[in-house]
Design a protein around this ligand. Sequence first.
Ligand code: FES
Length: 109
Amino acid sequence: MDIKIKIIDRDGVLHEIDAPTDMNMNLMEVVRSYELAPEGTIGICGGMAMCASCQCYVKSDHELPEKSDDEEAMLAEAFNVRENSRLGCQLHITEAMDGLEVELAPEEL
Ligand code: FES
């Protein structure tokens, strides 16, 4: 099935998109598939929790899976990290995320 996700891009524009729960996609891949961030600025490590280009801020109060040690470690080194930061590539799209609202973190230069 599809769920709705609200994504605020790096220009502050809100996009409400449909994301499939049955295609084994993560949030970074969804952002890429909708081209909400320029090619080459997100998903640089391919979803391995090794670059933080997919960092986003979770704005809704959804219960999301705990961060893995790899995600914690990457966020400890990344820039612009906030309390609600997550790595999009580590968030697999599930039905529990219906209505999720996230904002893409600024690009790391
Ligand atoms: S794509 Fe590199 S950490 Fe998510």
